[in-house]
Design a protein around this ligand. Structure first.
Ligand SMILES: CC(C)(COP(=O)(O)OP(=O)(O)OC[C@H]1O[C@@H](n2cnc3c(N)ncnc32)[C@H](O)[C@@H]1OP(=O)(O)O)[C@@H](O)C(=O)NCCC(=O)NCCS
Length: 152
């Protein structure tokens, strides 16, 4: 299992993952969205046996001492093998190296597997956004405090 920064050659695989794991009523990222983020925001992919198993996309938020996980997804055939945790750990390292003191995200309140993953990684619930998703589902806001020795 290896984590690397995404580049243009990963676009096709990123879209395949996105279309596989997110349904049409969610905020799935398009090819254009991924293209926009590559090089602008931290976007990491996890490879297993030279196949793209998953990705994590952060928003830099230059003016903020916090960074945000914008999306994380793991291809079904690679789920429950620790890829999600490895991608989160990569995001923590990036955030700490870039002086961020916390990392935050929002997750669909019905997405129990993702919420369990985030809790396991040390995130705590800090709020709720009601009626946040197109289908009316609530979002849970979660945050994790990071090692602040390099914080801005
Ligand atoms: C959520 C997701 C990223 C987890 O990735 P993953 O690689 O399967 O997660 P891991 O193997 O690292 O699992 C780590 C922990 O997460 C939790 N977890 C992951 N998948 C789970 C599942 N299906 N059911 C319950 N808990 C689960 C468990 O606590 C697990 O630890 P354990 O194996 O010791 O029990 C993946 O299921 C996914 O891509 N889901 C669809 C997209 C999505 O919902 N993204 C999040 C949007 S906010």
């Amino acid at each position: 299992m290896r984590i690397k920064a995404a580049s243009g050659i990963d676009l096709k695989a990123l879209c395949e993952i996105e279309n596989e794991v997110f349904d049409k009523n969610s905020y799935a990222l398009s090819y254009k969205n991924f293209l926009y983020h590559i090089g602008k925001n931290p976007l990491f992919v996890c490879e297993i046996d030279n196949k793209t198993a998953g990705y994590i996309l952060l928003l830099k938020q230059k003016q903020s001492s916090k960074t945000r996980i914008y999306s994380i997804a793991v291809k079904k055939e690679f789920q429950s093998r620790g890829v999600g945790i490895r991608l989160l750990e990569k995001s923590f390292t990036w955030a700490e190296e870039n002086g961020k003191k916390a990392i935050k995200l929002e997750v669909n309140a019905a997405n129990f597997s993702a919420i369990k993953l985030y809790k396991k990684a040390g995130f705590v619930k800090i709020g709720v956004l009601t009626n946040y998703y197109p289908d009316g589902a609530n979002a849970i806001l979660m945050e994790k405090l990071l090692d602040i020795k390099n914080a801005l």
